[in-house]
Design a protein around this ligand. Sequence first.
Ligand SMILES: Cc1cc2nc3c(=O)[nH]c(=O)nc-3n(C[C@H](O)[C@H](O)[C@H](O)COP(=O)(O)O)c2cc1C
Length: 361
Amino acid sequence: METTPLLKPYKMGNYQLSHRVVLAPLTRSRSYGNVPQPHAALYYSQRTTNGGLLITEATGVSETAQGYPETPGIWTKEHVEAWKPIVQAVHDKGGIFFCQIWHVGRVSTYDYQPNGKAPISCTDKGCTPGLYGVDWPAPHRLSIDEIPQVINDFKVAARYAIEAGFDGVEVHGANGYLLDQFIKDTVNDRTDGYGGTLEKRCRFPLEVVKAVIEEIGADKVGIRLSPFADYMETGDSNPDALGLFMAEALNKLGILYLHVIEPRMVTLAEAQETPHSSLRMRKAFKGSFISAGGYKKDDGNKVVEEDHADLIAYGRLFLANPDLPKRFAIDAPLNKYNRDTFYIPDPVVGYTDYPFLDQAN
Ligand SMILES: Cc1cc2nc3c(=O)[nH]c(=O)nc-3n(C[C@H](O)[C@H](O)[C@H](O)COP(=O)(O)O)c2cc1C
């Protein structure tokens, strides 16, 4: 019998997973003109195992959702058709594939927006100009009347994801993007029904989740949150209360999984220790719990063993090691990731050319 915690099977809702090593959502900027490309079929199928769970890179829900070069979309029929062979390639190898649906909100510039308009957000306060070398514009503050349209975009995107063959969707509520902007009190400065108290700040993300559930069913819906992070100047004065509130609210909605970026990932770049813990969220949420952020094999095993998470999502290690579960199984050395090729548009380099174990020498 398998004794390595990460390699033990796990039943996630209706899905029988053969191990706990999940492909984390990873933007790769190789979907030209927001259309997923055939090379993505090879990239994802390389990282597929029979019974393994994969989450796509962040995928835009509408024309206004973009803020980075060549990221994929799921708001047109062309996108649906382009995703189909990619999803098929993962299914052919027995993988379970969720599409991460995304809106960047204010983390965008006029260049990415239709007709050069301002990006949208809960606020009209932009990120500090110059942050990451970008001249961030002041966003357009969504009026109460405009919010239902954005919620509907998530709903349609979820329907399209299912049409493309995905097993479900992960709502992107993390890392300083639109949902996180509503959630966190350093950004949300609204005085209407979508801001002020914790309940009101969480209203928009919860309405998005409810709309997506209505469309495709709670058994196909996960969400990613990063209550403890302040990426893109999106932080909160009480992340513990926020995390717990969301975990309890999501629990009532009966979604499939909650995916949390660990507090030690306070910056996206490197792991650091912080006094916060996602354990209270884990305990409050009765569905499957995915933990991510800076994991290696040993601490992943420990967290699963101690029942602090059901599944561990690996980002950079999985990016650089297409056969990561196998390497964990036989304690093989790992390829190093190359940061310089994370986001280049090349269809091969730094994308599908990381060697498998049997190619390594
Ligand atoms: C190249 C790259 C792209 C990423 N893209 C996304 C993304 O599209 N959606 C998301 O939620 N997180 C994204 N992240 C964050 C990762 O999913 C993950 O949380 C982070 O890398 C920490 O995990 P790790 O230490 O295992 O890499 C990205 C990270 C990297 C390095």
